[in-house]
Write a protein that binds this ligand. Structure first.
Ligand code: NAP
Length: 263
């Protein structure tokens, strides 16, 4: 079994981005700038946004954080969002981006699915003709993931499973590539995984823990210890898909700043 190291790959991509930003600055170009809006003090969001700001510093981007308390009015928040939206949206959730992505035009691809494609490609994992099962159909992970895996670049035959799927265990066990994006800790057990499958665990659920300072730890959707013994490749949680999501956001920011998608 090979452990897919998202931390290592994301560090490689970050240094590629930092090189490009250096070049842009040397040519007198515009420094890419990422803005984040944070409402309230949700622990997970605080952590994710703090990482985004740190990532921006590391690659030479500017960044700004717009903070609002929980009691911000909808009008106030929308006004800030409209102001920021007059710049290009790099998260890839905007309907026009999603439409462009679906028909295979250059687009800002949702960060998590884009990060997973990078991992599969950079590990040289053969995808053509394989059966891919994506568990989860959210607009930010499962659905765009299933579209990307069905496109010519990846050439897999895709099944999208969700909470109403019958015989989920058998469906998952038919996958050469199994992508779990459910949000249910350790849901995928060894008997749901084919021998030699590639397993990508997107889940990041905070569960209480006495062993960490923060009082919680992140759990994936896959029961790692028993599944790792059966598969050919697997992503850990943390350190697998998470760092790739962050680096894909940087990639989209760079694409927006250099107007490589559309202006
Ligand atoms: P979501 O919007 O809640 O969607 C979860 C999906 O899983 C839904 O489509 C749901 O089906 C399906 N599902 C739930 N329980 C199921 C079950 N028992 N059997 C089969 N399908 C089931 O979640 P999300 O935003 O896609 O996120 C999923 C997980 O990924 C979460 O843990 C989230 O924290 C994590 N995440 C991680 C990253 C990262 O960078 N690592 C990024 C984004 C999200 P229905 O549609 O039928 O309800």
């Amino acid at each position: 079994m090979i452990l897919i190291d998202g931390k290592k790959i994301s560090a490689e991509i970050k240094s590629e981005i930092a090189e490009q930003v250096k070049g842009i600055k040397e040519r007198g170009g515009k420094t890419p700038h990422l803005s984040a809006v944070l409402v309230g003090h949700d622990g997970g969001s605080e952590t994710y946004v703090a990482f985004k700001i740190k990532d921006c510093q590391e690659v030479g981007f500017k960044s700004s954080l717009h903070r609002f308390e929980d009691d911000v009015t909808e009008a106030e928040l929308l006004s800030k969002v409209h102001e920021l939206n007059s710049d290009d949206d790099v998260d890839g959730f905007q309907p026009i981006n999603v439409g462009r992505m679906v028909i295979g035009l250059p687009s800002f691809i949702s960060a998590t699915p884009d990060g997973i494609i990078e991992l599969l490609n950079r590990y040289g994992i053969e995808t053509s003709g394989k059966n891919c099962v994506v568990v989860g159909r959210s607009n930010i992970v499962g659905r765009p993931m299933s579209v990307l895996m069905s496109q010519k670049a990846m050439n897999t035959t895709v099944t999208v499973a969700h909470s109403r799927t019958k015989n989920l265990k058998e469906v998952c066990a038919s996958a050469d590539i199994l992508i779990a994006a459910i949000g249910s800790p350790e849901f995928v057990k060894a008997d749901m995984v084919k021998e030699g499958a590639v397993v990508i665990d997107v889940g990041t659920t905070r569960v209480p823990s006495n062993e960490t300072k923060s009082g919680f730890r992140l759990k994936g959707d896959v029961k790692f210890d028993e599944v790792a013994e059966k598969c050919s490749y697997i992503t850990p949680v943390p350190g697998g898909v998470g760092p790739m999501t962050r680096v894909s956001l940087l990639k989209n920011t760079l694409l927006a700043a250099t107007k490589q998608i559309y202006s």
